[in-house]
Design a binder for this molecule. Sequence first.
Ligand SMILES: C[S@@+](CC[C@H](N)C(=O)[O-])C[C@H]1O[C@@H](n2cnc3c(N)ncnc32)[C@H](O)[C@@H]1O
Length: 287
Amino acid sequence: MRKNCLFSRNDNDLINFSNLAGRSASTPEQLRRMALQSTLYEPVTRALITSAGIAQGSKVLDIGSGAGDFSFLLADVVGPGGSVVGVDHDPMMIATARDEAEKQKRTNVQFLHADVRSAFLDCDYDAVAGRWILAHLPRADHLLRSLIRYVRPGGTVAFQEFDRRLTGATSLNPSDLEGLSPLLTRSEAASSPGAGMGLELHTAFLKAGIPAPHLALSAPVGAGPGWLGYDYLAADADHHFHFPRPNDAPTACHADRAISLRERALGAGAAFALPPLVAAHAQLPEL
Ligand SMILES: C[S@@+](CC[C@H](N)C(=O)[O-])C[C@H]1O[C@@H](n2cnc3c(N)ncnc32)[C@H](O)[C@@H]1O
């Protein structure tokens, strides 16, 4: 029998998109960048899912689920006997995730439109997880403390975040990278709020009363004509700090830099490491 919080609602009560009054902060350009990011970081995230012990039959809560890419990876792992609920406060993200779930005929994943800080959720999850979410919210430790009430005793808490102080790298000579190095260093993004979330996960878990997490750092590495990382580095730079030239359309400056980076890398036979992700997971005590 399922254990529910006093204030929880059933999965059947998940809100319909047509009823939503919320406004979206996401744009098609951001959705495209997120899709590219999810594709490139998929192996890195699958490694977290496996090491956190999320497995066939698990019931998982995905916080800040966006367009659903992390939820879909979780749903692949938990299989038909498990379930995933993604929660996001952006109606456009929820609509995109639900459309994709329908297109992929997924039956073990649902998306709930809610603010994670005030959502009404079941309290029998095997795991609460999130990727690229804690950096967006003030006081990650407070949020984590509020989230663990949704997880059963002995369940798992698993998160993955960038740390903007950790940058990408390339085997290109610095002289070949001239003018393009901000794509890798992201120096301005390093001082934005939440920029250090990756390495702060450890402290946030402890302050939230969660046992010290297992930590890992990993990054996608790629090269060659078909690698999507060149486009991602350019799109990510556009997103985090604008350095357009006069009269550049936003997409034109992204495309120009992606082409330039690809040409220089292919000419030199160079490889790139994208900015790494810090993964943290811990098991809650059994009662
Ligand atoms: C960078 S996206 C991450 C998407 C997703 N986790 C993934 O891995 O693909 C961050 C998401 O967190 C959502 N978000 C931010 N604050 C939130 C809150 N208080 N409640 C629910 N969702 C929130 C945003 O709407 C956005 O979709």
